[in-house]
Design a protein around this ligand. Structure first.
Ligand SMILES: [Zn+2]
Ligand SMILES: [Zn+2]
Length: 541
């Protein structure tokens, strides 16, 4: 194997391209030629490839007399944990380049590196003469000129630009410029890329900056204007094409979200994270790309701006929100087996607040809401399997949420309980098994109301049917559904007039029907308050 005649150590933090050019200069050969010899270029490409396999790096280290692993920090893959894209060319500090033979750092190819730490200036993106970013593609002049010379080929490709990049006037930043603080924040994390928290911060940064860049209207007016300006001038839609100044402005706007708002729910939603109406797929996609910790913080902060159904769906009304997973489409259809059409009476009373909807309205409308937490269905399809989702349903739920601030949390807690513990009653089977009650018993006492025998019999059927199935008799789709509001009011009176022995007789009759159908379940049940409140994350329910 060939070894190189003149050896050169890699400078701390140096980019592979920079080391190759310096090595070529020492050997008085073209850097492109050197890269070709070392097998670091791809056919037809005029610069070293970015995804150099580890075995190639080991081979080059061997040829160049470097310790194994030395080149790992010089390549783009070194920054892979951040999830950041790599710039197609280099940014540069003109002041740094005034030092002859100055190595170009690997981080000058990062999209969120925009200042020089040593000189406190904004990095430059392009050559002042030809306007091209330096080292975008190589010519055979790279290596035969010092590193500060722009070797971009001229239009006719006969010569190179030849401009001294170090003569580009630097753009100095005031010591208290927030862009410097932002850069220090990033640099500190890049220093410890092995740490999970550093990587999480850097990944989130990229997701949020790319989001803001894609939706400028979500930023402050100044940043939005800067993004639109850079787009219109240069047609730079991609985050790796934005100038250092725009990248700096974007980053400085994002950092308070990453760094400041750790207090959580008490913070106002940053403009960027503020949902505009129901979650769109694009919005969910952005949130899903964040780390779980930041995503949860964003969801809690978004809670107050969301429609009631979305607050339930993603559990933003709890301290443990999470995005509904689109792959668990059948979650609600699993849970529906444990949910009666009419909410359990004890929970209906529990949820009622003095000024909100009363227990009757809650019982009639709130049960379908239990199917929503975690459900990926965007159209309430799951809830309508149980009962039509009417305008009234939405209104009752909305009023309940505003009058009883803990109500949505409680609904999520019930859903969690049914998912983890379940219920001893399979309501779905009951709904399929019992569609009506024929030949109900005669109540064993003289009628003391003015209902006719037939009406009393209908009410008795209704009572037993509701016991068996948990049905809401206000739904129009049952054989014994209420026909008019007067009918419904009469039934309420009938029910109130039942004494203990009546109730006992009717429950016994229903229990017999259950047994005859081969169903070994308690006749009625409801989730125990104590246990629902004890589930992790539901302590306040
Ligand atoms: Zn510098
Ligand atoms: Zn140039």
């Amino acid at each position: 194997m060939r070894t190189l005649p003149i050896r050169l150590p890699v400078a701390s933090g140096e980019a592979l391209e920079s080391w190759l050019i310096r090595l070529a200069t020492r050997n008085r050969i073209s850097a492109l030629q050197l890269a070709n010899v070392l097998g670091l270029t791809q056919r037809g490409r005029r610069s070293p490839r970015r995804d150099i396999p580890a075995e190639s790096l080991r081979r080059v280290e061997n040829q160049a007399g470097l310790a194994p692993g030395t080149l790992d920090t010089t390549v783009a893959t070194f920054y892979q944990p951040t999830g950041w894209p790599i710039l197609p060319a280099f940014r540069f500090c003109a002041v740094c380049l005034r030092t002859p033979g100055m190595p170009w750092p690997n981080h000058w190819r990062l999209p969120y590196l925009f200042t020089c730490h040593n000189h406190r200036v904004l990095l430059r993106d392009s050559c002042p003469a030809c306007g091209k970013p330096p080292r975008l593609s190589w010519t055979h002049h790279a290596g035969l000129n010092t590193g500060n010379i722009c070797t971009t080929p001229t239009a006719n490709r006969n010569d190179i630009c030849g401009t001294d990049l170090s003569r580009r006037p630097p753009r100095a930043l005031a010591p208290d410029d927030p862009r410097l603080a932002a850069q220090d924040w990033i640099a500190e994390r890049l220093q410890r890329l092995g740490g999970d928290d550093a990587i999480a911060d850097l990944r989130n940064l990229h997701v949020l900056v790319a989001w803001l860049h894609g939706e400028p209207a979500r930023g402050t007016p100044a940043v939005a204007a800067a993004i639109l300006r850079s787009r219109s001038l240069r047609g730079r839609q991609n985050i790796t094409r934005v100038p250092a100044a725009t990248a700096a402005a974007l980053t400085a706007e994002i950092l308070p979200i990453l760094d400041g708002g750790r207090a959580g729910a008490s913070q106002p939603t940053p403009l960027l994270l503020k949902p505009q109406g129901p979650f769109t797929n694009g919005y969910l996609h952005r949130l899903a790309a964040l780390t779980p910790d930041l995503r949860a913080r964003a969801l809690v902060a978004a809670d107050r701006d969301l429609p009631t159904v979305e607050r339930l769906r993603h559990r933003t009304c709890t301290l443990t929100p999470h995005l509904a997973d689109p792959t668990t489409n059948d979650l609600a259809l699993q849970r529906i087996r444990h949910v009666p059409e009419k909410l359990w009476p004890d929970w209906s009373h529990h949820l009622a607040a003095p000024t909100g909807p009363g227990p009757l309205a809650i019982a009639a409308h709130v049960a379908p809401a239990i199917l929503i937490p975690g459900s990926a269905c965007g159209d309430l399809r799951a809830a309508t399997q149980l009962r039509a989702w009417t305008k009234t349903t939405a209104q009752v739920l909305h009023r309940l949420a505003s009058e009883n601030p803990g109500a949505l949390h409680t609904i999520c807690a019930i859903a969690d309980y049914l998912d983890t513990v379940g219920s001893p009653i399979d309501y779905q089977r009951r709904r399929h098994t019992f569609t009506d009650v024929t030949e109900p018993p005669e109540l064993g006492r003289a009628p003391d109301d003015d209902l006719g025998r037939e009406t009393r019999q209908l009410h008795t059927r209704r009572y037993i049917f509701a016991l068996l199935t948990g049905a809401n008799l206000g739904s129009p789709n049952h054989a014994v559904s209420f026909r008019t509001s007067q009918d419904s009011a009469e039934y309420v009176t009938f029910e109130q007039n039942l004494d203990r022995s009546d109730q006992h007789q009717l429950r016994a009759f229903a229990a017999d029907l259950l047994q005859a159908a081969g169903i070994r379940e308690p006749l009625t049940w409801s989730p125990p308050f104590e246990e629902v409140g004890r589930l992790p994350g539901n302590e306040n329910a």
